[in-house]
Design a protein around this ligand. Structure first.
Ligand code: RUQ
Ligand code: CUA
Length: 658
């Protein structure tokens, strides 16, 4: 073997050849449709990979998808309690190199992140840090994201529950994903061009923004529910007078992300949704008792669902009918408020059994479903009656008995509702029209139940929040996995289960178990055609905010007695500066641009012992500021495996003693 080893190979030429091949392949990555093999191959580790091998998508997926549906629809029976769902792994299998049909966005609970998954494969595609810091993406390490997190309160974690996609005309428009932070009362926006968090608002006057949604059909407002009742303002007054605590419904502007106004109400606020016409935001609630412990909070048989008349509230704000607390106009929406007297109260209080948890409006916008949680029923509210009638009792259109512990409801777009049953560990499918026509507490509208494992919270079907859901897939987000996976110590994963629902004409079928890291609450799915993420940064998007450092701009500029600005480009396999010198005690601002034009070549910047960690995607610039307080030599290295000479991609920071 040794005699065959070529001795006259120029390593630089080999590397150059590989990188040219890589460039050629990556340059065509944006084309989503496979073409006839175009002869471009990438030689690595002795393998010849054609472009087709790397980029299989399209027609083949469609054909397999249809075949999959046909085999899926053979489950027997339509109205049985099905404990024996079989797993058909192949049904949701997406072959290597092919794409999923849907993007799924999962909230990460108290991990503070969003997870992006492909549906139906359930493959994790990406994580988007939001309220957490994340080394792999340099989030919370560069100046920009650090400042954003600091300005939003400087908390180091968040508890994100309810992701929501921006809508235009009742459909996902692919611009933004929003999510709440229950822990620190914040709302964040993720730019879906770059899949990055671009704004976080710390909502004044509230603790625990729990219920959260965007306004349908056009996202003109974001709505967040303050779940915990507190004194207003919470500045040391009324400490032990719970009867004076209040909770607030907040409206934000999705563009400026400013808190526009708030409405104070009696009792807690929990989950909410809006109608499809831009008038009502409807919120579930518990603790109408105004208690501070669990016995007190669950004492009464009914709590008050609240329907907020958004245009009427906006009118009250415009007319100056508010008090201002911490810079936010607060409108009085309590039951005794003058604004709630007369025929057009700004908030309607609808008695509902018992500690109801969710509100989810069905795709036609006719009904809102309120799951009873401690009552085995779902209360159906007729939204049109809400508009016409000031008698809350008239608004209730039906109340099917779905099972124990109903929490959340989702839709297939064909007249069926699917409700998660936390206590029964089941999903109940029921017929909406039949439930409206049936007597209250009837089980007749229930078509079918399927066991899930175990204790589901949210469930979500694909495109379920649009006016025109797709059906096909439903995910049950189960809180407990118990014995379903290899044990991993005392903290178990949650279990997200994929259920095939077709168009609602067939039995539900459990297709896959999927362990998830703690602790998603909710998810939302958009068809892949509704998103158009950038493959590389468009530098005009940050022009004027931060520089674009060309190779020739690389250098060190002293900006003060104790401050320097270091600018460097980065590309395979070198930084624009192979070394730079600063003085002990200097405040160093390091600006790095990735000048690569091809997708998927990210460069990192790590400086040992200075907590510096940047991740810079092609055509992007990131900056970090730190104090060079320890004299010595510090290697600067690239953290992303970007080329054959990735390990050699280095610079040196020399910190001269003062
Ligand atoms: S919530 S299930 Cu925010 Cu219903 Cu968690
Ligand atoms: Cu650049 Cu590794």
């Amino acid at each position: 073997m040794t005699e065959e080893t070529p001795t006259d190979v120029d390593p630089d030429a080999v590397v150059e050849q590989y990188e040219q091949q890589l460039n050629d392949v990556l340059a065509t990555v944006e084309d989503p449709v496979p073409e006839a093999d175009d002869g471009i191959t990438l030689e690595l580790a002795g393998l010849q990979l054609g472009r087709r091998d790397l980029l299989k998508t399209g027609a083949a997926v469609g054909a397999l998808g249809i075949a999959g549906c046909q085999t899926r629809s053979n489950a027997a029976g339509t109205a049985t309690s099905s404990g024996g769902s079989q797993s058909h792994g192949a049904d949701h299998f997406v072959p290597p190199g092919e794409h999923d049909e849907y993007y799924g966005f999962w909230s990460g609970g108290h991990s503070g992140e969003i997870r992006v998954m492909g549906i139906p494969s359930m493959r994790e595609l990406m994580r988007i840090p939001v309220f957490n810091t994340e080394g792999a993406r340099g989030y919370g390490y560069d100046d920009e994201t650090t400042e954003m997190l600091d300005d939003a309160g400087g908390y180091t974690w968040g508890d994100n529950h309810h992701p929501a996609l921006s809508e235009t005309g009742g459909d996902y428009d692919g611009r933004y994903l929003f999510v709440n932070d229950k822990a620190n009362g914040r709302i964040a926006r993720i730019d879906l061009k770059y899949f990055e968090t671009d704004a976080i608002t710390d909502v004044p006057n509230v603790q625990a923004v729990h219920g959260f949604c965007v306004q349908s059909p056009d996202t003109e407002y974001l709505f967040g529910n303050g779940e915990f009742r507190t004194p207003l303002p919470n500045d040391g007054r009324d400490l032990n007078s719970p009867e004076k605590y209040t909770s607030l419904f907040s409206a934000l502007d999705p563009e400026s992300m400013e808190t526009l106004w708030q409405v104070k109400v009696d009792g807690n606020l929990d989950i909410m949704d809006t109608d499809k016409d831009g008038r009502w935001a409807i919120s579930s609630a518990y603790n109408s008792e105004g208690a501070t412990d669990v016995q007190g909070m669950t004492h009464d048989d009914r709590d008050w669902v609240k329907a907020f008349d958004v245009p009427a509230i906006q009118e009250a704000v415009d007319a100056g009918k508010y008090e201002e607390v911490n810079g936010v106009p607060i409108v009085d929406g309590t039951r005794d408020s003058p604004l709630n007297k007369g025929d057009d109260p700004i908030v309607r209080y609808i008695p509902t059994p018992k500690s109801p948890h969710c509100v989810e409006v069905e795709p036609n916008g006719k009904y809102a479903m309120v799951a009873g949680k401690l009552s085995p029923t779902v209360t159906i509210l007729d939204i049109e009656k809400l508009t016409e009638s000031s008698d809350p009792e008239e608004v209730v259109a039906g109340r099917p008995k779905v099972g124990l512990g109903p929490l959340h409801t989702t839709y297939d777009g064909n007249g069926h509702a699917y409700t998660s049953l936390f206590i029964d560990s089941q999903v109940a499918k029921w017929d909406i029209q039949a439930a409206v026509e049936a007597e209250n507490n009837s089980t007749d509208p229930i078509m079918e139940k399927i066991d899930v494992h175990y204790n589901p919270g949210h469930i979500q079907a694909v495109e379920a929040m649009t006016n025109d859901p797709d059906g096909e897939w439903l995910i049950s987000l189960n809180k407990l996995s118990k014995d379903r996976f290899l044990p991993t110590g005392p903290i178990h994963p949650d279990n997200d289960q994929l259920i095939h629902i077709g168009q609602g004409e067939k039995s539900m079928e459990l297709v896959a178990d999927h362990p998830v890291y703690p602790e998603p609450h909710d998810c939302i799915f958009a068809h892949k055609d509704k998103l158009d993420p950038a493959r590389v940064w468009d530098k005009s998007d940050y022009e004027g905010e931060k520089p674009y450092v060309e190779e020739s701009d690389s250098g060190v500029e002293r900006t003060g007695d104790r401050s320097v600005h270091v600018k460097t480009s980065s590309k395979r396999s070198e930084y624009g500066l192979t070394e730079f010198t600063v003085k002990e005690g200097d405040e160093v601002t390091l600006t790095v641009t990735n000048i690569e034009g091809v997708p998927d070549i990210v460069h990192g910047v790590a400086i040992p012992e200075y907590n510096v960690n940047l991740a810079i995607a092609p055509q992007d610039t990131r900056e970090v500021t730190f104090t060079a307080d320890k004299p010595g030599v510090y290697w600067v290295y690239c953290t992303y495996f970007c080329s054959a000479l990735h390990l050699e991609m280095r610079s040196r920071m020399l910190v001269e003693p003062r």
